[in-house]
Design a protein around this ligand. Structure first.
Ligand SMILES: Nc1ncnc2c1ncn2[C@@H]1O[C@H](COP(=O)(O)OP(=O)(O)O)[C@@H](O)[C@H]1O
Ligand SMILES: [Mg+2]
Length: 244
C-alpha cells in the first residue's frame, strides 16, 4: 500500500517555478530517496507535503486521506513529521529539554518546567544514546556542532513516534566519520521501529546505501525514478549532476 502519494503537484513562489507536475509514491515501510541538484525543488516538495505552504495544483494523499489543504499540526498529528535542512532546535535549552518538549506533538512550553513522566525520561535517554548524543545530554543544543544538531533533531522527531519521517539532507554537515553510523541508524529506525522514510540526500553514496527506490528532481520536474543501480546508470541523471 502507498502510505504517501503525491500526484501532479505544481508550486511556484511568485515568478519562481519550483515544482512542475511532480508525482511520487512512498510505499508503507520502505525507504525512498530524493536526489537532485541544488535548487531543483526538493525542499519545496517537502514543504508542500507537510503543509508548510499551499500547493498551486495537484493532490497529496497520506494514508488514503487528501492532505494538501491541511495545516502542519494536523498533518503531524496524522503521523507525518519532517526534519530541516537548516536545523530547527532550541539553542538555549539543553539536549534533554529539547527532547522533552518533543515528547508532545502539541508541545506546551510550560511543560518544560514541570516534571516529565518516567517513560518520557527513559525514551529521552534511549534516543539520545541511539544518535550518539548521550554524553552531551546536559549541553545547550546551541553549543553542539551543526552535525550534532542534525542528530538531535532526528532524535527529537523520533520522540513523537511518527509513521513517516521526511528527512531533508540528514547527512549534510555531519562529520564524514559519523555518516556510516547515521546510515545504519536510519536503517534501524526503518526496520525495528517500522518508520517509513522519505529522504532528500545530496550525497549519492549515502542515498545508494539507504533507499530502495530513488526519485531524481531537476529544474523542478521529476527527471527519473528507479532502483539505485538504475538511477546511478541513468544518463539523464548523470547529465543533470554533471551539468550542475
Ligand atoms: N520561500 C521561497 N521563496 C522564493 N523562492 C524560493 C523559496 N524557496 C525556494 N525557492 C526557490 O525555489 C527553487 C527550488 O528551491 P528548493 O526547493 O529549496 O530546492 P532544493 O531543496 O532542491 O535545493 C529555487 O529556485 C529556490 O530559489
Ligand atoms: Mg533543499
Amino acid at each position: 500500500m502507498d502510505l504517501l502519494s503525491v500526484n501532479s503537484v505544481n508550486k511556484s513562489y511568485g515568478g519562481v517555478i519550483a515544482n512542475i507536475d511532480v508525482s511520487l509514491t512512498v510505499p508503507k515501510g520502505k525507504i525512498v530517496g530524493i536526489i537532485g541538484p541544488n535548487g531543483s525543488g526538493k525542499t519545496t516538495l517537502f514543504n508542500s507535503i507537510v503543509g508548510h505552504h499551499p500547493i498551486d495544483s495537484g493532490e497529496i494523499y497520506f494514508n488514503g486521506e487528501e492532505i494538501s489543504s491541511l495545516p502542519i499540526p494536523k498533518i503531524a498529528r496524522l503521523g507525518m513529521l519532517r526534519t530541516f535542512q537548516q536545523t530547527h532546535i532550541y539553542g538555549k535549552m539543553t539536549c534533554i529539554q529539547n527532547m522533552q518538549i518533543s515528547s508532545d506533538i502539541d508541545a506546551n512550553w510550560k511543560r518544560v518546567f514541570n516534571p516529565f513522566s518516567k517513560d518520557v525520561d527513559e525514551m529521552v535517554n534511549e534516543l539520545l544514546a541511539f544518535v550518539g548524543l548521550y554524553k552531551k545530554r546536559f549541553l545547550l543544543a546551541g553549543d553542539l556542532s551543526f552535525g550534532q544538531q542534525k542528530l538531535l533533531e532526528f532524535a527529537m522527531a523520533l520522540m513523537k513516534k511518527p509513521t513517516i519521517l521526511l528527512l531533508d539532507e540528514p547527512t549534510a554537515g555531519v562529520n564524514p566519520t559519523l555518516i556510516n553510523g547515521l546510515i545504519d541508524r536510519l536503517h534501524q529506525v526503518n526496520e525495528e521501529k517500522g518508520i517509513t522514510l522519505l529522504v532528500i540526500e545530496h550525497n549519492m553514496r549515502v542515498v545508494m546505501n539507504l533507499a530502495e527506490h530513488i526519485y531524481c528532481l531537476a529544474n523542478g520536474t521529476m527527471l527519473a525514478d528507479g532502483k539505485p543501480d538504475e538511477i546511478q546508470n541513468d544518463q539523464r541523471v548523470i547529465d543533470a549532476y554533471l551539468g550542475n
